[in-house]
Design a binder for this molecule. Structure first.
Ligand code: SAH
Ligand code: SF4
Length: 393
């Protein structure tokens, strides 16, 4: 019998406890609960996350008796990789099976010495942004903490393949962005422990500036996030006024721009004193031809963000079958950028690397899923798609 069909949490088997998604505190509790010393947690976390092993027998600084006992009661189990693709430009993509026909994707994007991993937090997404192929899939389920950190674990280990085990391994992944499938703030209880492991010196030890959570703007959860963890924040803004944002990011009807920007300022306010006011929220802005990309929109954006320390990241729209939009032309994106730069904003344009393996932002649905059919159904439901003003450049 196929046990993934029965289990809602395939990363753990019923008989053994999976140590992969445990934070240090949780693992300390685990060791105390089995009559062991707390400090075992540091050792084992290091073996799992830094050295990248999944076999207790390899943990040479743990007594043989304890290793044998752990092998009986515990396991280190990541999501099952069903497909992987390594592109010529260094981009890597993994499709992972997380249950009965549910897949998520994880993408690694290299840029000079940087290796940024784009991590998924949910299977599908309930928020249905009009330009997002994940949203068209609907929501299937939350990922567990083990499935979220498991994506980092698998990607990082992929750089050690074929090497002998070494205790002083240097982490390969330099940055993590929670920008894959799903809305991370709607899976708070699993996303926060996974990010704690990214920051923990005994696990990945990443700087809090290099772990970014991207959200469409779930205002109450933004406040909770600030209470629990300090990471970089990116907000999917995409429109300079409520009327347009209501259409592109429907959750705006619940949490409109004024409330969202006030929550952004509260988030920054918590951490501002330690950094002398230099911190900014990254505002993501997808460039949709003729929809939100005119000079008038750029000027409205300048006014909107006046009181919220921000920098802008313009994302050229990544098309998917039957999407009712086209990517803005390079010329229009540059003109938009110039207006923001002239007003004093740092404004970057996201490169669209990874296109060749279908791994760019907003394309994380997977060839394993039939997204064409899904998009067709969605289009039928929506009525006439928006007129495409300019073809993709
Ligand atoms: N749910 C979160 C994080 C995942 S989406 C959020 O919305 O922020 C990561 C980023 O990709 C978001 O800024 C999202 O708006 C953007 N995105 C989604 N679909 C896209 C597409 N087709 N082209 C370009 N960017 C897209
Ligand atoms: Fe969900 Fe983000 Fe896609 Fe919107 S853009 S549907 S919030 S994943």
């Amino acid at each position: 019998m196929n046990d993934t069909a029965l289990s809602p949490s395939p990363v753990s088997t019923a008989s053994r406890v999976n140590l992969l998604g445990m934070t240090r505190t949780q693992m300390e509790e685990f060791f105390v609960s089995i009559g062991e010393k707390k400090f075992r947690a540091q050792q084992v976390i290091k073996w799992i996350h830094q050295i990248g092993v999944d076999d207790f027998a390899l943990m040479t600084n743990v007594s043989k008796a304890l290793r044998e006992r752990l092998a009986q009661i515990a396991e280190i189990r990541g999501p099952e990789v069903v497909h992987r693709e390594y592109s010529t430009d260094g981009t890597r993509k993994w499709v992972m099976k997380v249950g009965n026909n549910a897949m998520v994707e994880t993408v690694l994007i290299p840029d000079g010495h940087r290796k940024t991993l784009c991590v998924s937090s949910q299977v599908g997404c309930a928020l249905d942004c009009s330009f997002c192929s994940t949203g068209k899939q609907g929501f299937q389920r939350d990922l567990t903490a083990a499935e979220i950190i498991g994506q980092v674990w698998i990607a990082n280990r992929s750089f050690f393949e074929g090497e002998p085990i070494r205790e002083n391994r240097e982490r390969a992944i330099t940055n993590v962005v929670m920008m894959g499938m799903g809305e991370p703030l709607l899976n708070f209880d699993n996303v926060v422990p996974a990010m704690q492991l990214m920051l923990d010196d005994f696990a990945y030890g990443m700087s809090k500036r290099r772990v970014t959570l991207s959200t469409s703007g779930i205002v109450p959860m933004l406040d909770r996030l600030g209470e629990e963890i300090d990471v970089a924040l990116a907000v999917s803004l995409h429109a300079p006024n409520d009327a347009l944002r209501d259409e592109l990011v429907p959750v705006n009807r619940k949490y409109p721009l004024e409330e969202l920007l006030a929550a952004c300022r509260r988030y920054l306010g918590r951490f501002q004193s330690e950094e002398g006011g230099r911190r900014r929220i990254t505002m993501e802005y997808v460039m949709l031809a003729g929809v939100n990309d005119t000079p008038a929109h750029a000027r409205e954006l300048v006014r909107l963000l006046r009181d919220t320390p921000s920098k802008l990241n313009l994302i050229p729209f990544n098309p998917f079958p039957h999407a009712p939009y086209a990517r803005s032309s390079r010329e229009d994106i540059l003109a938009f950028q110039k207006i923001l730069a002239d007003a004093g904003y740092i404004c970057t344009i996201r490169s669209t690397r990874g296109d060749d393996i279908d791994a760019a932002c907003g394309q994380l649905v997977g060839q394993v899923q039939d997204r064409t059919r899904r998009a067709e159904r969605w289009q039928a439901k929506q009525g006439n798609p928006r007129e495409i003003i300019r073809s993709a450049s």
